[in-house]
Ligand binder design. Sequence first.
Ligand SMILES: [Zn+2]
Length: 436
Amino acid sequence: MPSMRGFVVAVAAGLGLLLGGCTIVPLEDDRQERRRSTGDTVTPALRDVERFWTAQFGQISGGEKFTPVRGGYFPYTEADPPPACGGQEFEYQPNAFYCPPDDFIAWDAQQLIPQLEDDYGPLLVGVVMAHEYGHAIQARIGAGNEPTVVLEQQADCYAGAWMAEVLAGRSTAFKDITAAQLDDAVAGVLTLRDQPGTPALAEGAHGNAFDRIRALQDGVEEGVTTCAGYNRRNLPVTEVPFTSLEDAQTGGNLAYDQALSLLADDAQSYWQRVYPRLAGAQWADLPVQPFRAGSPPECARPDASAEGRAFYCPDGDFVAFDSTELGPALHQRIGDFALGMLMGDLFARAAQDRRGEPTRTEQGQLTVDCLAGSWTNDLLTRDRDSRVSLSPGDLDEAVQALLAFGRAGEGEGPTAFDRIAAYREGTLKGLAACTG
Ligand SMILES: [Zn+2]
């Protein structure tokens, strides 16, 4: 059986629903209209990816010249299928894939691509094509016998390397990408999930969102040589095992009130432990005030998070958050550790402010995110018998929460893309990484 590596949409992960007002659109309506509207996105994107590889391929091929896919490009619909791949007849799925035996790329022009473009913007369509092209690159340089998770993250990394061109203004397909458009594309990547390549490698095949975003950012920051160097030994994979049967049955999610109080208590004791190291002073208990949506407690100069629905109040020295809309929405739509991200953010904001460091500048915000990550690091590395530990998917929930409430506004503050990178730094390396 030929291996087809492709994207399928995890429709349930509607994180855009939370604050961005974006919805997963029903698939049936105005297909003709949609098909027309996206025919113009994919072709220039693929040309640009080809241009990118024409320039870059030599770096990872020992100087060998790049050849574009031989088999061509195939938009398909239910009525108009792509060619067979390695002799295997096509069965319609909303997907995009690279076919190694016949060296072609195909995508669903009926549902998947129009839907992604509608929901997350054209840049995501470019990222999907660059990812699939990444698999064509693997076929060209010989990716060895690496597990699927490595190949998928390497394709994400290659897509990131191409994205760096876009961000640098060198793309022929995408111009003047704004911070908000970048964050939309990253949010879109989180809704895409790869089909496991082969059953033998199905376990952990696609990598979690936390790792996938890391791979994408690796590509943006380090370029194709770093991506080409990925292998099963050097790829950091942050899978967290389920710790108990009960955990596995509940998906590792706690009820809202229970999650909130456990997380707030844990954040409190974490900062009691580490704050003296950070600031040379004791941590005073930080009051946490839940409030009804629309009725925040008085505060002269709130240091806001989540579009003002949560904040640290420097004058009163307390944190407060909307506990009737924001909190439940994070918990239900993303999961319990989305609340952990919110608590982590608020406590880190307080820690920064108490030690006299900024939180409202771009660098200040990134330090807050790193400090929030340092608490996640503590949760990840502590003894498994403790009251709170992380379960699989928690890191993804944190990243989704950051994307939901940490999006770039109109031309101010860092992007969620950068905030995720700062959070990851703290998560992987701990407190010392945030104060350097
Ligand atoms: Zn893939």
